[in-house]
Design a protein around this ligand. Structure first.
Ligand SMILES: NC(=O)C1=CN([C@@H]2O[C@H](COP(=O)(O)OP(=O)(O)OC[C@H]3O[C@@H](n4cnc5c(N)ncnc54)[C@H](OP(=O)(O)O)[C@@H]3O)[C@@H](O)[C@H]2O)C=CC1
Ligand SMILES: O=C(O)C1=N[C@H](C(=O)O)C[C@H](O)C1
Length: 254
């Protein structure tokens, strides 16, 4: 995502690259952030988050939960706004994000695409209409490098369906089936994960009834869709000082 974000910033005259971060042991450290694109930006890739934040308006983070937590603390201290695209946070780690949003403005969303943001609303609407007699299953597929499962998006779609039905996802989610499972419990929401190759990100929410199925599907074909959404979120934060927002706020879909 770092690559896609840099491409997005370079293509947008309304944005200026202020810093670029990677791990301390990355071979990229010290190289110009534009080098891979044949550009000289004057911004060297570094691992010093505090230096990178000096004078910055917004940080965009797509890393891993541990790294995100370090960046959240640094942004809170430096009063820099934050777009968080990282997935795989625990409930406790999400509380840290909520708490940080009391001091700085944050957009936090597991999927920054317009399509998935719309899909959340469609799933809520479908779940309300199909509340009785329809089993909900969420199927997601991603590339072989993805480290968390189910995807943050699949979990968010599960939350959307559960909340529309007055259920708590933590209590009704089934994350895998193997062996003699018994018949399906009507109140559960099932998840299935596929990993392979270079799949950018597919999500289907299936409502399976007797005699019919409704399938709501989103397929990302380029990571640019996530990067452009994240940069749109960064611009949205210009007018915010504190608070926790998601892409439905950014796109005015709430
Ligand atoms: N919200 C959205 O729309 C989207 C969210 N994502 C999420 O964004 C995250 C990143 O995805 P992706 O770009 O594919 O993953 P990558 O593994 O390609 O990139 C993550 C980067 O973060 C670096 N990193 C990991 N840990 C640390 C650390 N402790 N300190 C500094 N840097 C660190 C990694 O370094 P190294 O390789 O050395 O470990 C790597 O450069 C994932 O959680 C993914 O699910 C992805 C796409 C869209
Ligand atoms: O890791 C990825 O690639 C993606 N992760 C996000 C998620 O976990 O939902 C979003 C997108 O599907 C790509």
């Amino acid at each position: 995502m770092g690559h896609a974000l840099l491409e997005g910033v370079f293509a947008d005259e309304g944005l200026t690259l202020h810093g670029a971060l990677d791990r301390a042991d990355s071979v990229q450290i010290g190289h110009d952030a534009g080098e891979q694109f044949g550009k000289t930006t004057g911004v060297k890739i570094s691992h010093d988050v505090h230096a990178a934040l000096q004078g910055a308006d917004v940080m965009v983070d797509f890393t891993r939960p541990d790294a995100s937590l370090e960046y959240i603390a640094a942004c809170r201290e430096a009063k820099v706004k934050l777009v968080i695209g990282t997935t795989g946070f625990s409930a406790e780690q999400k509380q840290v994000i909520e708490s940080a949003a009391q001091d700085i403005a944050i957009v936090f969303a597991p999927n920054m695409s317009v399509g998935v943001t719309l899909l959340i609303n469609l799933v809520q609407a479908a779940a309300k209409v199909l509340a009785d007699g329809y089993d909900i299953e969420i199927i997601e597929a991603h590339h072989r490098h993805k480290v968390d499962a189910p995807s943050g998006t699949a979990l968010r779609l599960g939350e959307a369906a559960a909340s529309a039905l007055g259920r708590d996802l933590a209590e009704c989610a089934v994350y895998g089936r193997e062996g003699v499972t018994g018949e399906r419990d009507a109140n559960t929401i099932g998840f299935a994960t596929v990993r392979g190759g270079d799949v950018v990100g597919d999500h289907t929410v299936l409502f399976a009834g007797i005699g019919e199925r409704v399938e709501l599907t989103h397929k990302a074909s380029s990571r640019a869709t996530f990067a452009l959404g994240a940069l749109r979120a960064a611009k949205f934060l210009q007018s915010k000082n504190t608070g926790l927002y998601d892409m439905r706020d950014v796109l005015a879909l709430k």
